[in-house]
Design a protein around this ligand. Structure first.
Ligand code: DP6
Length: 405
């Protein structure tokens, strides 16, 4: 933390990851507290490829709370932002009341300036609210010296954000209480537990903006009987099963469950009235390609999952990445050259056999996929120690280059 007695300014910078669910959260039983109708489970992605960085400063001289997102000042009165701020300040004060001698409590009453950027384009349509709220809550907790259960706070920013507070494999237990105190995220296994697991994000060109998750799941809860069945009957068993196959590092079982859960989530979207369509033609082609590829080898080597948009997230093992990436290049030819098409972790080149190409039996879809982000599971939020990386200057305002890093 940068503390300048002269300016009376305290400042902290942290980063937080994106997560991709393999058992999806869809539907709330309490919209104010963001309590879900089912538990969910996700893989936290590595921050080398996808992360949010947030700097928060507080000072006696600040007149009001302010926030800048990706270089633009936004309205701090957003109810979800307010919930997180109020909740962290409440926890910080509680800490003072319990007489913790290490807490410098004067800062809690000061206003904050928040500056946050993503290292990936928002236009890519990757859920950024999870990383964003996890980073906000984690950074505030560092600034105010709040320890302990933070996932109930991040959850009130965006449900899926609570899972971004941990690395590796993370479950969000739905809980039973009406106050939400037991609706928390917990690490199932760390990011190093399954080192061969790899993640490929296929960024698909979206023609139109999809319905947002918050309003989409609201309509689903109101109208879909399938969603009720999913939450009551399917997910409880699936959570147990998913945790078991992760612990056994059983890729075929993990992949099959992941695809089935994604398909059921999109089925509940179709069962919503009026229906919600998140997948487009390219998404459907990716689904067919994955099934044909697995069928060719007679085992589940790659698995897809889709959130509230057309991008595919592929889970696979390290040994299958080069060939599957080549399959994607072949069937979704792009004008981008090698390094522009595959970003993130380097991928070796591979040749495709004529037999495989024939078996996949698909017409190429030029430009269907913009690019691939190659990544793996990664750790939870981190504190950035180097003061040069603060996004706010000593005047408490965004530095000129605080747009992205
Ligand atoms: C399809 O967490 O974005 O990505 O709680 O309303 O902010 P709110 O919704 P959000 O929903 C994520 C939905 C999902 C599935 C998942 O991540 O589990």
């Amino acid at each position: 933390m940068l503390e300048s007695s002269h300016q009376n300014l305290a400042m902290v910078t942290c980063t937080a990851p994106v997560n991709i669910a393999v058992v999806k959260y869809w539907g709330k039983r309490n919209e104010d507290l963001i309590l879900p109708i089912n538990s969910s489970l996700s893989v936290t992605l590595h921050q080398e490829q996808l992360k949010t960085t947030t700097t928060i400063a507080c000072s006696r001289s600040f007149q009001q709370d302010r926030i800048w997102l990706n270089g633009k000042e936004e309205d701090i009165s957003c109810p979800r932002l307010q919930s997180c701020l109020q909740e962290i300040r409440r926890l910080a004060r509680k800490r003072r009341n319990t007489g913790d001698p290490t807490s410098d409590i004067s800062v809690v009453s000061h206003k904050v300036h928040i500056c946050s950027v993503n290292n990936f384009p928002t236009a890519a349509g990757l859920a950024s609210s999870a990383a964003g709220y996890a980073c906000l809550v984690y950074t505030l907790s560092q600034l105010f010296g709040v320890e302990g259960e933070l996932s109930t706070v991040a959850r009130q920013g965006s449900g899926s954000a609570c899972r971004s507070l941990y690395g590796g494999f993370v479950q969000w237990k739905m809980g039973e209480r009406s106050d939400g105190k037991d609706s928390i995220a917990e690490q199932v296994e760390s990011e190093s537990y399954w080192p061969e697991l790899r993640v490929l994000i296929l960024v698909v060109s979206a023609e139109q903006k999809s319905v947002g998750s918050t309003s989409g799941m609201h309509t689903s809860v109101e109208t879909s009987q399938l969603l009720k069945y999913r939450a009551d009957v399917v997910v409880p068993c699936r959570m147990v099963e998913m945790i078991r196959v992760i612990r056994q590092r059983d890729f075929p079982a993990f992949g099959e469950l992941t695809m089935k859960d994604s398909n059921q989530f999109h089925a509940t979207c179709l069962d919503t009235y009026p229906p919600i369509f998140y997948l487009n033609n390219v998404s459907h082609r990716i689904i067919s390609l994955v099934h044909r590829y697995n069928q060719f080898y007679g085992e589940t080597r790659v698995a897809y999952t889709f959130d509230a948009g057309p991008n595919a997230v592929i889970y696979t093992l390290q040994e299958h990445v080069p060939e599957f990436v080549q399959v994607v290049r072949h069937f979704f030819p792009s004008e981008a050259n090698g390094s522009e098409f595959v970003r993130g972790r380097p991928v070796c080149s591979a040749d495709l056999s004529e037999e495989l190409k024939r078996a996949l039996n698909m017409e190429p879809t030029p430009k269907g996929i913009h690019y691939i982000i190659s990544t793996k599971a990664g750790p939870g939020p981190c504190v950035v120690e180097d003061p040069n990386h603060h996004l706010l200057g000593v005047d408490g305002l965004p530095k000129k280059n605080a747009v992205s890093d």
